[in-house]
Write a protein of this length. Sequence first.
Length: 312
Amino acid sequence: MTSPAPRFAGVVPPTVTPLTEEGEVDVTSLERLVERLLDAGVDGIFALGSSGESVFLTDRQRDRALEVIVKTVGGAVPVLAGCIEPTTRRVLDRAEASTRLGADGLVATAPFYAIVGPHEIERHFRSLAAGVELPLLAYDIPVCVHSKLSTDLLTRLAAEGILAGVKDSSGDDVAFRQLALSITEHAPDTDFSLLTGHEVVVDAMMLAGAAGSVPGLGNVDPAGYVRLHRACTGGDWAAARREQDRLTRLFRIVDAADPATSAGATRGVGAFKTALNLLGVIASNAVSLPLRPHDAEETARVRTQLELAGLL
């Protein structure tokens, strides 16, 4: 674990954003989802991330979802707000709204769509940190933004207090291990939050030095991820492996959608929402266009995995 203990640590699920069939934020379902996460013992909430369909939502929808999440959490755990926009000025606009709505921390990616290099990316994060009051975490997700945040950059920004942490969804476990070592070596006195979004290897990432996880699958089985985290922090690696293996099998729900007519977001977020609908947590598995909801046959495949995991 990193030392001193960072402010943002433990299990921090990136909440899905339940929608009505008309495409509006389903407030009642969102409240029920957040209450279920809190009851499971999570340590934080990440609103408006990839699992929250942030880039698909309008500003009005994003404001409404964050408002509901902050109100429902009621200060029980920190709320991180995704400010995912292609350019610096647009991120700052979302950061201003997120601060006004009561977020405890902000999460931003590298710029995207515009062609940028390492100098622009560093200038981006420095400019964001200078323009916000809340702690800023970097979201490393090269599959979406086409830029990998380097170990040198993250270490430098951590040591200078520019960044409060990183949510690593790169899938690059070698780079994650190198970053954990680099922070220990060059920024040991910071409370930098090293969070893995790689939900099927949380046990390994915790052993490597992660402070916690941001698992999309945590929407579906938050209690499982809380048990996993506690086993890791308690040093019971055998129990951690058993729980991780169960969750890894459950993650097979992302294979339920027909790959001939669906891709990443439909298969991931769509599966999480379908599972939550089957569990009675949210009223609909509706997703944002151009995504599509799971059909009856795909939903049956999700149900099978929930039953095998002991959730139904």
